[in-house]
Design a protein around this ligand. Structure first.
Ligand SMILES: Nc1ncnc2c1ncn2[C@@H]1O[C@H](COP(=O)(O)OP(=O)(O)O)[C@@H](O)[C@H]1O
Ligand SMILES: [Mg+2]
Length: 353
């Protein structure tokens, strides 16, 4: 028995030709059975990171280990990982059964075992009734399921996903991500899931790794990152609507040094029609009802702030509303570097106007 992490990156750098570094010193351990999402804006190096784990690329410096063993010289096939991409190329002339069976046929498994495994995997992914159809006779969501089944049928201990749901419509995406979470629970394999979609990362992960321009900005459980982002970059990347990042004056805070940016999440900023003790007046810029609640963008001290009001909140652009927040829900960042600077501003009470 070994207690090595399933995946380990030690000081991994990657640059291409004369270009600058795409990955800059990645240190990361992913435990057996974890579901880790790699999240970050387009171009930050997510796919490159996955390719290094899969073996399609080699690190310029540093090492990749799988189950404790350095695999820098091993081909993707030798690493025996499964990978699911955004553009999943199914074989158009093969039916669903044969598409799923393909990796097992390559591995020369006995026909009876191929049949048993394909049927089990197809059932798991809700494809049992579709086994004789060809890809052209399937919807986008069904094709994506076939691609997942084809990856999982080999029972890989590590599964890599690169934005596998990006081509699906919003509703199907939400449905499929729940199924991926369930598959992960059932299979107990290690999943590394790349996405630019913060809501996918929040809902799926045991742990989120936020990448910023080729470096890890923060790694941890979703709620830990959400509640204690270490930088304005992370603070504004996770959460929708995003965290308000404003000058202290916008929240009526005094006694704060001018070099601070204050953050407050929209759900922690209550918007009401009537003032209450300690509330701050603001002017409504735009009102966005989303059914269960209403997001209200307000202007105050030359800053825009999004706050939460009740469902069916009745206000129009230009109206005066009132903002309230708990001081312990505030975040404080260094204005110049964006780095978190100390704990929530509990000592600071709103000064009022
Ligand atoms: N084969 C390559 N040659 C040169 N540059 C590359 C190559 N692959 C990726 N890059 C560059 O590396 C950066 C990160 O790319 P990528 O990992 O695909 O980002 P992401 O998946 O986060 O959108 C981008 O600036 C991209 O242009
Ligand atoms: Mg990518």
């Amino acid at each position: 028995m070994t207690s090595s992490p399933a995946i380990q990156l030690d000081g991994v750098h990657k640059s291409y030709g004369g270009g600058g570094a795409v990955l800059r010193g990645i240190d990361l351990e992913i435990d057996e059975g974890e579901l880790v999402t790699i999240v970050g804006p387009s171009g930050c190096g997510k796919s490159t990171l996955l390719s290094l784990i899969a073996g399609f690329e080699r690190p310029t410096r540093g090492h990749v280990r799988l189950h404790g063993e350095i695999v820098d010289d091993k081909s993707p096939r030798e690493r025996r990982l499964a990978m699911v991409f955004q553009s999943y190329a199914l074989y158009p002339h093969l039916d669903v059964f044969e598409n799923i069976a393909f990796p097992l046929r390559i591995a020369k498994l006995p026909a009876a075992e191929v049949k048993a495994r394909v049927e089990e995997t197809a059932a798991r992914l809700g494809l049992s009734a579709l086994q004789r159809r060809r890809p052209a006779q399937l919807s986008g969501g069904q094709r994506q399921r076939v691609a997942l089944a084809r990856a999982l049928v080999r029972r890989p201990s590590i599964c890599l996903f690169d934005e596998p749901l990006s081509n699906l419509d919003a509703k199907l995406r939400v449905q499929m991500r729940a199924e991926i979470a369930k598959l992960h629970q059932e299979l107990g394999s290690t999943f590394v899931y790349v996405t630019h979609d913060q809501s996918e990362a929040m809902t799926l992960s045991d742990r989120i790794v936020v990448l910023d321009a080729g470096a890890i900005a923060q790694a941890g459980p979703p709620m830990e990152i959400y509640e204690r982002p270490l930088s304005t970059f992370v603070a504004s990347f996770l959460g929708s609507p995003g965290m308000n990042l404003v000058a202290p004056e916008a929240l009526g805070l005094e006694g704060t040094s001018v070099s601070v940016t204050v953050g407050v999440r929209p759900e922690d900023l209550r918007v009401t029609r009537e003032p209450s003790p300690g509330s701050l007046p603001a002017r409504v810029y735009v009102v966005e009802p989303v059914g269960s609640e209403t997001w209200v963008t307000c202007e105050r001290a030359s800053c825009r702030l999004v706050g939460r009001a009740e469902a069916r909140f009745d206000a129009r652009s230009g109206d005066t509303v009132h903002l309230r927040f708990e001081a312990n829900r505030l975040h404080r960042f260094d204005r110049a570097t964006g780095a978190r600077t100390g704990e929530p501003l509990e000592s600071l009470a709103p000064a009022g106007d």
